[in-house]
Every structure is written in structure tokens, then in C-alpha cells.
Design a protein around this ligand. Structure first.
Ligand code: AMP
Ligand code: ZN
Length: 108
């Protein structure tokens, strides 16, 4: 838990953000500024700054992000029509919140 990190605070249930789903490892919630009809964020509870900071110990987290994304796509009815899974990495990659997260975008 990183002080002043909004995604740590959300993942720890310290905000009024509605969690759509959670496991021991991650939480899922709607993006506050959606870029598609379905725009979810999948956020590990562990504070990791970006893809650049992943280590071998984080392999399970990455696998779970992808498997939960697949389930969320199905639940939100975009599995068949299709969707994007996206990591923005650092400022030049469009990252604004420096706590690793996967975007799930679909329904356009
Ligand atoms: P990125 O540019 O990949 O860092 O994406 C950060 C995303 O987090 C943006 O799409 C924001 O709209 C979203 N976001 C920032 N703060 C919140 C929040 N409190 N609740 C939900 N989504 C947020
Ligand atoms: Zn954090």
C-alpha cells in the first residue's frame, strides 16, 4: 500500500468506488472517464508502478489479470463482439495513474 496512491486506496476499499469484482489478488471497477461503453480497470492489490516494474514474482498476478479480464468480458457481454486489453506504460505510453492496471475496453 502506497500512501497517496488512488488505486491502492480503491483496492483497499478506502473509497466509495464500487468494486464489480475482487479476489485476494485484484479488484475490478469501472473507469471514471470511460472511452468505450464497457471500460473496466483491473487493478492488482499489490502496488506495482508499471509493466516496467514487474518481476518474476508477479507472474501469477499477470496471469490472474488476464483470466479475470476474460471472465469480465463475458459478464459484460463483449466477449463475442470483441474487446481490447491494454496497459499504458509510463508517461509516453499514456499512463496517468502509476499503479499497474489493465484496461478492458469493449462494446464500441
Ligand atoms: P492510465 O492512463 O492507463 O494511467 O489510466 C488511468 C485511468 O484511470 C484513466 O482512464 C482514468 O479515467 C481512470 N481513473 C482515474 N481515477 C479513477 C478513479 N478514482 N476511479 C475510476 N477510474 C479512475
Ligand atoms: Zn498503488
Amino acid at each position: 500500500m502506497e500512501k497517496d496512491c488512488i488505486f491502492c486506496q480503491i483496492a483497499q476499499g478506502q473509497t466509495d468506488t464500487k468494486l464489480l469484482y475482487q479476489t485476494d489478488t485484484l479488484v475490478v471497477f469501472k473507469d471514471i472517464n470511460p472511452h468505450a461503453p464497457v471500460h473496466l480497470l483491473l487493478v492488482p492489490k499489490k502496488h506495482i508502478r508499471s509493466v516496467n516494474d514487474l518481476t518474476d514474482a508477479d507472474r501469477e498476478i499477470l496471469a490472474e489479470l488476464t483470466m479475470v479480464a476474460k471472465e469480465m468480458a463475458r459478464e459484460h457481454d463483449v466477449a463475442e463482439s470483441g474487446y481490447k486489453l491494454l496497459f499504458n506504460v509510463e508517461k509516453g505510453g499514456g499512463q496517468l495513474v502509476f499503479h499497474l492496471h489493465m484496461h478492458l475496453l469493449g462494446g464500441r
